[in-house]
Ligand binder design. Structure first.
Ligand SMILES: [Zn+2]
Length: 277
């Protein structure tokens, strides 16, 4: 039986890097905060063949969109929904950071240790969360392999199908450029018994940054990434947190990656202290 679609209003906070896909060419996992219900909650929107969308259908982080969603069949992660293609409308954009935090502050933050413990116990445990690291220990870099022949074939397959369609559905993007570096945060969460975590950054911004600096390599490229993902985002003037998400594959449920970074300025997140009289 087909699950009924429902209308959701979502503040987009995460756009993960595109992944090759046989059916869609390449797809993106988007996540955000659902704000049409009595209290805000996490929502994952997958798949979205983002690069195949026309300009008017594209949306950015911190846009507010309305769209039709269905619970994802077979995905036990409770936050996972399938968006109905073409059903979304952009209804606004929140500028940095005060207005964003007015929504984010109502969402309880968590710790990576707590997310992992819960995911090991229960497959329907939270699969998305915002974690404020107690300390970021650094970035770890490793080489990102080029696409395999199979991945390339998947992407070219969709392009060929679109190119030969009588009525083109939308723009045909260029072949996705594989990032050259994989980057991980090494950090301590706020759990008292935390012994540190390593989380791979899957933020689309990391791939874009590498592709914008295509002439840079080696230490130069690492420095550009460090400048943004460590020095800027975790500047002392900011109260930065990590948007974490896990994988659908049951064996990898306890493995949380960094889908993006929330890096408001401290002055924008300070709340009034308790009233004393
Ligand atoms: Zn921890």
């Amino acid at each position: 039986m087909r699950i009924e679609a429902e209308r959701a209003r979502v503040l987009v906070t995460v756009k993960a890097t595109p992944q090759p896909s046989g059916k869609y060419g390449d797809t993106v996992c988007v996540a955000g905060v659902r704000i049409d219900q009595p209290s805000p909650s996490w929502i994952r929107l997958y798949p979205i063949a983002f690069r195949y969308l026309g300009d008017d259908a594209q949306f950015k982080k911190y846009d507010i969109i309305e769209l039709n969603v269905r619970r994802r069949d077979g995905d036990t992660r409770r936050e996972s929904f399938t968006p109905e293609e073409g059903s979304w409308t952009k209804i606004g954009h929140l500028p940095p950071w005060k207005s964003r935090h007015e929504i984010m502050r109502d969402l309880p933050s968590t710790t990576t240790c707590a997310l992992i413990r819960a995911a090991r116990r229960d497959h329907s445990a939270p699969s998305l969360g915002l974690v404020y690291p107690r300390e970021v220990l650094g970035l770890k870099f490793s080489a990102h392999d080029p696409w395999t022949a199979e991945q390339l074939q998947k992407m070219i397959g969709r392009m060929d199908r679109e190119a030969s369609a009588l009525i083109p559905a939308g723009p045909i993007p260029s072949v996705l450029v594989a990032p050259r570096l994989k980057v991980q945060y090494q950090y301590l969460c706020e759990d008292p018994i935390c012994t540190s975590h390593v989380g791979r950054i899957l933020d689309w911004e990391l791939t874009s940054l590498q592709n914008r600096n295509i002439r840079e390599s080696g230490e130069g490229l690492k420095q550009i990434i460090t400048d943004k993902f460590l020095t800027m985002m975790f500047d002392r003037k900011r109260e930065a947190g990590l948007f974490l998400g896990n994988f659908e594959l049951p064996a990898r449920r306890a493995n949380f990656s960094v889908l993006g970074v929330y890096y408001p300025k401290r002055e924008d997140v300070l709340r009034a202290g308790p009233t004393l009289f």
